[in-house]
Design a protein around this ligand. Structure first.
Ligand code: F6R
Length: 242
C-alpha cells in the first residue's frame, strides 16, 4: 500500500488526476472504475482541465461506476448517473455508450446486480478503481457488516450514511434507503485501487481502516490485502496514523 501525503485538497485532487490520466495514456481503452461523493470532484475537475488543454483523451476510455441509489431516476439531480454527467462525462470526449452506472430504476435487484457484475467481467475487469472513504469505513455502499459482501448487491443504507448524505437532499427523509453497489469482491478484483481522502473528519477512520485489523466492521480495511493500492490523502486525513 502506497500512501501519498498532500498538503491540501487541491494537491490531493491533482495527484489523483495524475494517476488516472497516466492510466489513460498508457492504455487508452482502459476501464476506469469511478466514484461519486464530494472527495473526487476536484479530481474530475482537474481531468477536465487537462482534457481542455489537450493532454488527456477519453475517446476510447470505458467506465463503470461503483454504485447508485435505488429508486432514483437518471434525471434526479441526486442520482449518481446525474453526478457523473455533471462532473465528468458531459465535459470530456468520452463516448456515453462506454460509460456505465448501475440502473437505480431497475426494480428487480437480483437481475440488475447480476447484469452489472457480468458487464464488468465482459469488459475485462477494472484497470483502476477510484474510491472515496465513508466516515464509517464504507467503500462504495459496502457498509460495516458481519461479513464482506462479495458481488454487486442491493444494500440498506445505515443511519450514519443517511445522515452524511442528507446534506445533498432537502431532508433526511428524502435520502433513498437502498442502493446498488459493487461488492467488496468486485472492488478487490480491480487491478489497481486509488483511494482519495481528505479532511480532519476522516482522520480517525483512515487510521482504523489502514492501520487497524482487517474486519468487515471496517469495510475499507480489506484494501490492506490488495496488491496494488495507492492512497492519496491530505495532511489532515493522515493526522492520526500511527
Ligand atoms: C461514492 C461512494 C461512497 C463515497 C463515500 C465518501 O460513489 O461510493 O463510498 O466514496 O461515501 O463520500 P465523500 O467523498 O462525499 O466523503
Amino acid at each position: 500500500m502506497k500512501i501519498y501525503e498532500t498538503k491540501d485538497y487541491q494537491e490531493m485532487s491533482r495527484q489523483a488526476a495524475n494517476i488516472l490520466s497516466a492510466q489513460v495514456i498508457l492504455k487508452p481503452d482502459c476501464v476506469l472504475g469511478l466514484a461519486t461523493g464530494s472527495t473526487p470532484i476536484g479530481t474530475y475537475d482537474q481531468l477536465v482541465d487537462w482534457y481542455n488543454k489537450g493532454d488527456v483523451d477519453f475517446s476510447q476510455v470505458r467506465t463503470v461506476n461503483l454504485d447508485e441509489y435505488r429508486g432514483l431516476t437518471r434525471d434526479n439531480d441526486q442520482s449518481y448517473y446525474y453526478f457523473m454527467h455533471k462532473h465528468l462525462f458531459d465535459r470530456v470526449n468520452i463516448k456515453l455508450e462506454n460509460t456505465n452506472v448501475p440502473d437505480g430504476t431497475q426494480e428487480d435487484a437480483e437481475k440488475e446486480c447480476a447484469r452489472y457484475e457480468a458487464l464488468i467481467e465482459s469488459m475485462g475487469g477494472v484497470d483502476i478503481q477510484l474510491l472515496g472513504l465513508g466516515h464509517n469505513g464504507h467503500i462504495g455502499f459496502n457498509e460495516p457488516a458481519a461479513d464482506f459482501a462479495v458481488t454487486t448487491h442491493c444494500v440498506d443504507l445505515t443511519e450514519s450514511t443517511i445522515e452524511a448524505n442528507k446534506r445533498f437532499f432537502e431532508s433526511a427523509d428524502d435520502v433513498p434507503r437502498q442502493a446498488y453497489t459493487m461488492g467488496i469482491g468486485t472492488i478487490m478484483k480491480a487491478k489497481k485501487i486509488l483511494l482519495v481522502v481528505n479532511g480532519e473528519g476522516k482522520a480517525d477512520i483512515v487510521a482504523k481502516a489502514f492501520f487497524g485489523p482487517v474486519t468487515p466492521e471496517v469495510p475499507a480495511s480489506i484494501l490492506q490485502l490488495h496488491r496494488d493500492v495507492t492512497i492519496v490523502a491530505d495532511k489532515a486525513a493522515l493526522s492520526k496514523i500511527p
